[in-house]
Design a protein around this ligand. Structure first.
Ligand SMILES: *Cc1c(COP(=O)(O)O)cnc(C)c1O
Length: 388
């Protein structure tokens, strides 16, 4: 442990393996995993279809570079174009890289359309977009930024869900508006319909691009393929990652033909991006999520979980202040320290994670069933009773 760069506060349990919605420690203790590697293991651990796809690809081809055409890449891009607003997809290896691709693309768009002075991006307080210098500069988290100055210039932060503030921040150098439809790290804050539809309209009126970061809330997490579908709008650019690879490093930047027009050979790239292993996994995840009834089941089980949390909230209003979120991206505003709650739940074999502002973040695998929901609610109820 002492040789590992200490940028994470790790719990002392050592995870040995995972199966479905459960994780097992080296000591053989079984945990119900409602953290899912922070909204990553959408299909749970070691989903047989995804494992089979990865194993078969491992025997065939790992890497050949983007110098060549690849079937898995073209197939996955085509499938996402069919499933979304996008005309073009770029694959990379993480959420941060997906966000960075979009940040570059939005500058390139304005450069290519004769407005190189437009480079500034309006971002949200409480936003999280990853860990590169540009991404921490775009994000709203001061701890993530501390000591890394000078930051990347070109980000104007405004309060989330405040349309007037966005309007007031638009100037001659503004290029785009960057929003998470549901803020994850920031504490599970859901964009209002009025806000997201409003920023779409503002972007159109002022010739700006609307850039949605769906790294956490995309890919079925909110009960729709992409969170913006709940709002009846589409973005110009969107970043996704987390659930798309189910744990295999994979991210993607989606764009309309118009927004992508500046991106030409040489303007962006990635050695590992769209490598055959990642594409095999992405296609396999897509197979499962496309099965009929998959999202219906997510919505059904999510309703049970949310209703159960709300009724727990009413029983323990001092401990559980408010339940927020959409689909299986739920947050509970706590009246007690979130890390202590996480630890108490863990000692009762339920894994969840915390988000900013003492929020308990509940982002289980999308494949959970009613029994897992009841199991989790019983643990939470027990911890709340003990805490009173
Ligand atoms: C997790 C996250 C990122 C960063 O993804 P990494 O894979 O950690 O680089 C970016 N944006 C949002 C909304 C995220 O939740």
């Amino acid at each position: 442990m002492s040789s590992v760069l200490p940028v994470y506060r790790r719990s002392n349990i050592v995870i040995a393996r995972g199966e479905g919605v459960y994780l097992f420690s080296t000591e053989g203790v079984r945990y119900l995993d409602f953290a899912a590697g922070i909204a990553v293991n959408a299909l749970g651990h070691c989903h047989p279809h995804v494992v089979a796809a990865l194993k078969s690809q491992a025997d065939t081809l790992w890497h050949c570079s983007n110098m060549y055409r690849m079937e898995g890449l073209e197939r996955l891009a085509d499938r996402f174009v069919e499933r979304s607003f996008a005309d073009k997809v770029f694959f990379c290896n993480s959420g941060t890289e997906a966000v960075e691709c979009g940040l570059k693309m939005l500058r390139k768009y304005h450069d290519a359309t004769g407005n190189p002075q437009r480079y500034r991006v309006i971002t949200m307080e409480g936003g999280f977009h990853g860990r590169t210098l540009a991404c921490i500069s775009a994000g709203g988290n001061d701890i993530a930024r501390k000591g890394y100055e000078p930051l990347v210039d070109g980000f104007d932060r405004v309060p989330f869900n405040n349309l007037e503030a966005v309007k007031a921040a638009i100037g001659p150098q503004t290029a785009a508006i960057l929003v998470e439809p549901v803020q994850g790290e920031g504490g599970i804050h859901v964009a209002t319909k009025e806000f997201l539809q409003g920023v779409r309209k503002l972007a159109d009126q002022h010739g700006l691009l609307l850039y949605l970061d769906e790294v956490q809330c995309g890919l079925g997490r909110t009960g729709a393929w992409f969170a913006h579908e709940h709002y009846g709008i589409t973005p110009d650019i969107m970043s996704v990652a987390k659930g798309i690879g189910n744990g295999f490093p994979l991210g993607a930047c989606f764009a309309t033909e118009k927004a992508a027009q500046g991106m030409v050979p040489g303007s962006h790239g990635s050695t590992y991006g769209s490598n055959p292993l990642a594409m095999a996994v992405g296609n396999a995840v897509m197979d499962v999520m496309s099965e009929s009834g998959f999202l219906e089941q997510v919505n059904k089980v999510a309703m049970t979980l949310k209703t159960g949390l709300q009724s727990l909230q009413q029983s323990f209003p001092q401990i559980l202040r408010e339940v927020r979120g959409m689909g299986l991206m739920l947050g509970v505003q706590l009246g007690v320290p979130a890390m202590e709650m996480v630890e108490r739940l863990r000692s009762r074999k339920l894994l969840v994670t915390a988000a900013e502002g003492d929020v308990l973040r509940i982002v289980p695998p999308l494949i959970i069933e009613e029994t897992h929901v009841q199991e989790a609610l019983a643990v939470m109820s027990g911890v709340c009773k003990e805490w009173q």
